[in-house]
Design a protein around this ligand. Sequence first.
Ligand SMILES: Nc1ncnc2c1ncn2[C@@H]1O[C@H](COP(=O)(O)OP(=O)(O)OP(=O)(O)O)[C@@H](O)[C@H]1O
Length: 303
Amino acid sequence: MYAIQTEKLTKYYGKARGIIGLDLEVKEGDFYGFIGPNGAGKSTTVRTLLGLIHKTEGRASILGMDIEKDRNRILSETGYLPSEAAFYPGMRVRDMLRLSAGLRGKDCRKNASELCERLLLNPDSRMDTLSYGNRRKAAVVCALQHKPRLCILDEPTGGLDPLMQREFFSILREYNEKGMTVFLSSHVLSEIQRYCTRAAIIREGRIIASGSVEELSRTNARRVSVRGRFDLSSLAGASAGHGRTVQIRDVQELEDGVSFLFDGEINLLLSALAAHPVQDVTISEPDLEEIFLHYYTDGGEKP
Ligand SMILES: Nc1ncnc2c1ncn2[C@@H]1O[C@H](COP(=O)(O)OP(=O)(O)OP(=O)(O)O)[C@@H](O)[C@H]1O
């Protein structure tokens, strides 16, 4: 069964674009990343899925239930960490967690106290005395204490220090291993690469690529760094002469040379290099961050 399935899901805010024609398939048990730059439509997707805002068109189901007809059942089976959570200020953490569990008709005290302990959150603190990071921890406990089948996390790690981020992800992994599906919306690429097995990339309201993180990271492009004098336009000239297409992107001037992403026939690169007084060349796989940034900024085709 799919934990999340959408068909042409669309949301407009009046005339403004939120998301357009989203087709998403997240299988039960996935650790799924949802990546995109600011304003791409990540929060709109999450809020529409949880019935917090109404879709304009299309269909979506969560754990086989329709997002509009079965909203209450969906809420009891899911956990949600909003990008900005608001709390009743005078309440203690413990009471707020009990209130949240009560809304789902569950007694989660044991699990809540374990989670507080692991995240170093004092359940006796009053919400309005907590730092931003500690309020985020309280939101994390709210999202997980009832051991949901699906947990939707919108930009979860903002405000958590590196140690807490590590603990947070190790909790998520444990829950995922026990069957909880994770849907993690983020623009922190390293988080997605490290923890997610599958992912979708959203830009300007549309999904531009989806699949396993490994597939999304695969590329023929190479990072080339040249020390010495090298005229990049000679590379374009050589490729035109052979009727081949060469793509050169992300050119960075170095103190003693140049570095760029090269996608094309390696022999063309080698012969262009041979015609110049270069001192050193390194050709390496681009790092994953470079590959994902390409999706963010270019026409969306794979590098
Ligand atoms: N309440 C609203 N009214 C009008 N437009 C909105 C509203 N909320 C979001 N939008 C627009 O919808 C688009 C998607 O926004 P959304 O918040 O979903 O993006 P996001 O990917 O979550 O961004 P970020 O990473 O910055 O949180 C943006 O163009 C945004 O301006």
